[in-house]
Design a binder for this molecule. Structure first.
Ligand code: HEC
Length: 200
């Protein structure tokens, strides 16, 4: 055998082994068993690189906008905290059973850009519990949630509750919902007080 046939034979045997393994049932799909270190590396590296690459095309509106943060509070509370938690809230049973776990978003915003946060919120992440909220929501409904996420590091439990109280009917998930403010035109008031909730 020359080098090429040896290589081709090795490839076929390798491919058959992968297919055989898939059919064998040996792999443990249980959410209770952790990934091995190499698989964990492969999945998280692939995921982070994929998000970073795709988020480059996202046009980020001005998020230093208190109206936007308020508009995102009810929706964040209704759609996200069951898995991700919120300041002062115990993790739910749902959150405790997830593998991979849903990260604490107050920590995620420290190393993810607003464009990346938006991209993940809109498109979700395959084979994890993270849903694609863009399947059912317009961009204008998701940017307020991103603005709220960015404010999380500055919110303790009482401040989070106070924000929910002042959010009133803002956000589509709120009772008596009204439309979110346009992300393109922050109000005069929001411009003046824009940095109040924000770490940056
Ligand atoms: C059903 C559970 C679930 C819900 C509800 C959910 N998420 Fe997630 N989310 C996850 C999981 C699980 C991950 C981790 C995915 C991974 O490991 O790649 C995640 C990851 C993320 C990330 C990336 C964080 C990081 O550090 O990499 C962001 C941002 C995010 N979610 C935002 C949201 C927002 C905003 C909402 C509400 C609109 C939401 N999620 C609702 C399960 C959920």
């Amino acid at each position: 055998m020359n080098a090429f046939t040896t290589l081709a034979a090795a490839f076929v045997i390798g491919a058959l082994a992968v297919v055989g393994f898939a059919y064998s049932g040996l792999y443990d799909v249980s959410a209770r068993s952790p990934h091995s270190a190499p698989i964990d590396w492969l999945l998280s590296t692939t995921s982070h690189a994929s998000v970073a690459r795709r988020a480059k095309d996202v046009a980020v509106p001005n998020l230093d906008n208190d109206d936007l943060i308020l508009a995102g509070a009810n929706d964040f509370d209704a759609m996200c905290i069951g898995c991700h938690g919120a300041p002062g809230k115990e993790p739910t049973a749902l959150a405790r059973g997830l593998n991979p776990p849903a990260p604490d978003l107050a920590e995620s915003v420290e190393f993810m850009t607003p464009a990346e946060l938006f991209w993940v919120t809109k498109h979700g992440i395959k084979m994890t519990g993270m849903p694609a909220w863009g399947a059912t929501h317009k961009d204008d409904e998701l940017w307020p949630v991103v603005a709220l996420m960015m404010a999380l590091p500055t919110l303790d439990a009482p401040a989070y509750q106070a924000l929910l109280r002042s959010a009133g009917g803002a956000g589509h998930a709120a009772p008596g919902h009204h439309e979110p403010p346009s992300v393109a035109e922050p109000t005069i008031e929001a411009k003046e007080h824009g940095h109040a909730h924000h770490a940056h």
